[in-house]
Design a binder for this molecule. Structure first.
Ligand SMILES: [Mg+2]
Length: 161
């Protein structure tokens, strides 16, 4: 796969990523970003639509794996809620965490995708690790910095042609 800052697919919300879409893309392992992808910053719970969505994917045979840059307790809490493995302090845009998820699950890069909300961390990490990037809109802008970063991401917030 050639390096690109453009995502493979783009979604408003992570729950729009269905088992059918993943099957179409050949994805068996979906790696999840935490902050602003499955939950807004700082919350300690997951909304029911998100837990229902995750259960649906697992039921369809998709493996889930949290790879987060978060240093706090949220990756672990959410992983426990969903009953999936996790890795925190992943250091995205480094591909290290994504590669570790591939290694732990024994998944080939082309059979994996990363669902995340950021271009300059998630998309770069996915690309460097050779997995497909599924970009979602950030759930919530909690501070002005996030809105500024989003502005600089806009050129890349479209589906790869
Ligand atoms: Mg994020």
């Amino acid at each position: 796969m050639r390096f690109s800052l453009f995502p493979r697919r783009k979604f408003h919300n992570v729950t729009e990523i269905t088992p059918e879409i993943l099957r179409e893309l050949g994805v068996e392992l979906l790696i999840l970003d935490v902050d602003n992808t499955i939950a807004p910053y700082k919350t300690l719970t997951l909304e029911k639509p998100v837990t229902d969505w995750a259960e649906g994917l697992k039921g369809a045979g998709v493996s889930l794996f949290i790879v987060s840059n978060n240093k706090g307790e949220r990756p672990e809490i959410f992983a426990a809620l969903l009953g999936i493995p996790y890795l925190k302090r992943a250091g995205k845009p480094s591909p290290r965490g994504v590669r570790e998820a591939l290694a732990v699950t024994g998944t080939a890069p082309e059979k994996a995708a990363l669902a995340g909300d950021q271009i300059y961390t998630d998309t770069i990490a996915a690309n460097l690790a050779g997995v497909q990037m599924l970009l979602v809109e950030p759930i919530k802008f909690t501070n002005p910095f996030l809105a500024i970063r989003y502005f600089f991401e806009l050129p890349f917030r479209r589906e790869k042609r």
